[in-house]
Structure formats: structure tokens, C-alpha cells
Design a binder for this molecule. Sequence first.
Ligand code: P6P
Length: 316
Amino acid sequence: MPFNKKIRTLRAFLFEQGVEGTLRGLICEIAEASKYVDYAIKMTELGFAGTTNVFGEKQLALDVLSDELISSRLGNCGLVVNMASEEQQNIFSSFLNEPGEYSVCFDPLDGSSLVDVNLAVGTIVSIYPGEDLVRPGREQVAALFVLYGPRTTMVVGIQNGVHEFTLNPLGSYTLSRENIRMEESGKIYSPGGDSRKYSPGHAALIESLKNGGHKLRYSGGMVPDINHVLMKRGGLFTYPALEGSPRGKLRLMFEANPMAFILEKAGGAASEGTMRILDVEPESIQDRCPVYLGSKKEVALAEKMLKKSASEKKAE
Ligand code: P6P
């Protein structure tokens, strides 16, 4: 009797879910690149690379290496047209001549400075059809993040839902959670940023969550903190607009949009405070965006409190 038990590897599961061949191949290429990043995190000497990224932030050796590992893999796989990395100045094209079918924005190692204190970090990827990259997040066809923690996991958002794969000791990603769904509300929150610079509306939201019994969960890494909200099936991750930073700290194209796609596909919500993140029309690949990501009830409360505070300010 032939062995016909389904081994639910990443590639087999994507096929089962009807993800078309080139997109399936691209997600698997990203998965392969993540294995090298995972190895680099554990084996590379820490320290600064002596360079700065487009945002003027000093780059760690790991930032540069992670960026090179992912860029070279995607640039040579024949599936990609254009790419944008949070660690690089400009959008760049596939290194091959034949055109690919998709374009990718990625943050190669978000929260990389947390490696120095042995906390979890992540890779974030956003996938669009065709060659354009400066476009609303609602046009994504898939988004994913890799979480380099006690286990290395990949959470993939595709048209029909959000699924988690875990990297096994043999180097294979196999399905560990299928069709992750957010509940209407949750019990945890990540407040974001420097509380001295909160707007009155955001400060009131955080007080309301605390007084309502939500527990603070904040590592300083967007990927582990959002993964926490997702895997607990509820709650709120936020990084707000701050005094002096009206569009907050996080990047629209590299962080907010892919995470918003994943949260919405899991039945949650994603707002920049007044509107859906996925409907924000970017002006440049480097735009920043305040984020409220999580259960529908908490995101709606955030929008309500921010709106109330703004109208009170106008009335003054
Ligand atoms: P703060 C990491 O540097 C990052 O970009 C996100 O991963 C994280 O959510 C945020 O910044 C933390 O920022 O200001 O609290 O250190």
C-alpha cells in the first residue's frame, strides 16, 4: 500500500490551498532564505557594520548580512521583478534578465538590536503582483513574517487565511497552526513608543485597556509582539503617532502593510488611527505609519478614542 499520508510541508500546503505556482515558489524561496538568516543570527559575531540605512540608523553586521541573504536569493530566483528592502536606499530589480511575476518589500531583520539581548526578532515580507511597489497595501497577494525565537516559525497570510509553519531540525517548514482566527477581543496589549510623547487620545486608550484588565505584553520587537497577539487570538499591538513624529516610527510598506494584511486575513483589524492601513496611499517607499493592529473591538476602541480626543482638541 503506497504511503499516502499528507506531509504538510510549506510547499505541499500552499498547493493544497490553491496558491498558484509562481507565488508558491516565491514564498518557498523566502522560506529558504530565512534558514540562512536563522543560522546567521545564531552564528554571527554581533556588532556594527559601520554603515547606516536610508533612515540614518546605524546598521548592525546582522542587518547587512540578512539583507544580502534575502536580496541575493530573491534577486536570482527568476520569480521577482522589483524589490525594496528597508535596509537599502532605492527599489532594485531582479539580477536576471527574464522578468519575474511579483514584486517584494521586505524588512530583513526587524528589531535586530534585540539579538544583542537574546530576544526574538523577525523578517517581514510583503508580496505584490507585477512590478509596482509604491501602492496601497490592499493590493498585496500575500504577506508573511518569520519569527526567530525559541523556535523559528513562519506565519503566512494568503487569500484564504493565515497559517503557521515551524522549522524542524531537518530544515523543513511544516504546518503547525492552520487557519489562525482572531476573536472579537483579547486580553493583551503592546502600547508602543515613549509614553511621554503620546497624544491625549492614545494615552486615554492605553489607560482604558489597562483599567479594563488587558495585560501589558511588549518586547520591543514588532514581529514577536504581533505574533503574541495572533497566537493568543486577540488583543492589540500599537505603535502610535508621537509628539514630534506625527506618522509614528514604523514603516508603511515594510512593516505596517504586511502585518495589516495578515491581521485582516485572520479576521482582525488594522488601522492607522483614522483609516484602514491597507487603504493608505503611499507617497514614497519610505513612508511611516502609526499602527493599531489586533482584534476588531480593540481597534475600533482606538479609532473612537483618537477621534474623540481630536474633536475635543478642535473644540478648545
Ligand atoms: P521602541 C524595532 O526597532 C521596531 O522597529 C519594531 O520592531 C518595534 O515594534 C519598535 O521598533 C519598538 O520601538 O521605540 O519601543 O523601541
